[in-house]
Design a protein around this ligand. Structure first.
Ligand code: TRH
Length: 380
């Protein structure tokens, strides 16, 4: 197979809602630039969402940040925009027709770019069959390849920076917590809580109020806060705390993507959601509870179960059954009390399991490397 020099990448990102789309694209763009020396342009339609996770970014049409050329993706691209060697269409966002025409022109000249649709993360088994599957664009004949991130060797893997695990292992928790104004009691269970609105929060907070161990819960400003306020009849906002019984809840600002990793490393248990925070919690090697992005017709429960099947493998042990139960109850918005208490009595196993899972995942090549390898080996 003939090799091409992969130098320029265009990543197209349309923000549907929340921070997952930009979160994943921004992480990938940075890693391609920093670790693989690639020249990356990130086209994003909603620059403000990037600013939320990376405040160094500004509301500009074009800027260079962290080695990435970030461009605002207006509804139309300029006529004279050059096509990159590799074009990533993130989450089937549909790249502009004018850009596809230019890709087709290059194809005519025998220089078609590598066109990849980078899909959402799923643990469902069909992903292995569809990963790297080519399709032909109907009007131009251009080839587009579906690239699926995933948890098994027959998928594209997960985003993981080369130095991530060593940074985690050399991280000093207490001083860092201090910098964000958090000083937990020494015996408290430190929990981070990032989730969508969820009626289950009332039962979870009550369980923590009555817990035998103090629970210090850190809530980055976001959707779950409205559920918390409803359940507690408060109007908590960033900077506020709420203490009742053995629960101390603290609302912290939405922090940068880098700091959010550190928060996950610092906490004993992390509630995460969507896609990117879910993956980052796995790299933290700490117990986690996933709030999956809700979809129509309970499609998300199928995805959740697919992940649990991989994550708990046999589903034989009491611990595995307890973990499944807690995650299902949280995602169904049901009463959390019994499931939480059951799993917490097995906290050591939960911790061991989380670390073992992380170590096993680290054996796989990461997504950025797999993309680079794939693109380098494509015929021109
Ligand atoms: O924001 P999300 O709910 O994104 C979702 C999912 O990706 C979902 O699959 C997708 O379909 C939908 O968006 C459109 O959750 P996610 O994926 O965890 O993204 C959150 C990002 O925000 C992640 O990159 C971490 C970052 N983050 C911060 O930078 N600072 C913070 O304080 C917090 C809490 C998160």
């Amino acid at each position: 197979m003939q090799s091409i020099a992969v130098k320029n990448w265009d990543i197209f990102c349309r923000v549907i809602d929340n921070f997952g789309d930009i979160g994943v694209c921004w992480r990938l763009a940075r890693q391609l630039a920093a670790e693989h020396n690639q020249q990356v342009r990130l086209w994003v339609d909603d620059v403000d969402s990037l600013i939320r996770i990376w405040p160094q970014a500004q509301s500009l049409d074009q800027q260079l940040i962290a080695g990435v050329n970030v461009c605002r993706w207006h509804s139309e691209l300029a006529q004279d925009e050059q096509v990159a060697d590799v074009v990533i269409e993130a989450f089937a966002c549909e790249i502009p027709a004018i850009y596809i025409d230019k890709m087709a022109e290059l194809k005519q000249r025998g220089r078609a770019p590598v066109w990849i649709n980078l899909d959402y993360l799923s643990a469902e088994s069909w992903v292995e069959d569809c990963h790297r599957m080519p399709s032909t664009h109907p009007s131009t004949g251009l080839r587009k390849t579906f690239f699926f991130p995933g948890f098994t060797p027959r998928t594209g893997g997960l985003l993981r920076e080369q130095s991530l695990i060593s940074a985690r292992d050399n991280f000093h928790i207490a001083p860092w917590l201090n910098t964000i104004g958090v000083a937990p009691q020494p015996d408290a269970l430190l929990v981070s809580l990032f989730a969508y609105e969820n009626p289950a929060i009332g039962s979870l907070l009550s369980t923590w109020v009555n817990s035998s161990t103090p629970v210090h819960c850190l809530v980055p400003n976001g959707k779950i806060l409205s559920s918390i306020n409803r359940a507690t009849e408060q109007a908590l906002k960033v900077g506020d705390s709420y203490t009742l019984g053995n629960l101390h809840l603290q609302v912290i600002p939405f922090i940068t993507q880098t700091e959010y990793d550190q928060l996950l490393w610092a906490c004993d248990i992390n509630f995460v959601r969507g896609e990117d925070s879910f993956v980052r919690a796995q790299w933290a090697g700490k117990p986690m509870v996933w709030h999956i992005y809700p979809q129509d017709e309970e499609a998300h429960i199928t995805k959740l179960t697919a992940f649990l099947d991989l994550y708990t493998q046999s589903n034989q042990s009491h611990f595995e059954a307890s973990l499944r139960q807690l995650w299902l109850v949280w995602n169904r918005g049901e009463n959390m009390a019994a499931a939480w208490q059951e799993l917490l009595t097995q906290r050591d196993k939960w911790q061991r399991h989380s670390r073992d899972w992380c170590n096993a995942l680290c054996q796989q090549p990461d997504l950025a490397k797999q993309l680079v390898d794939f693109c380098t080996n494509q015929p021109g």
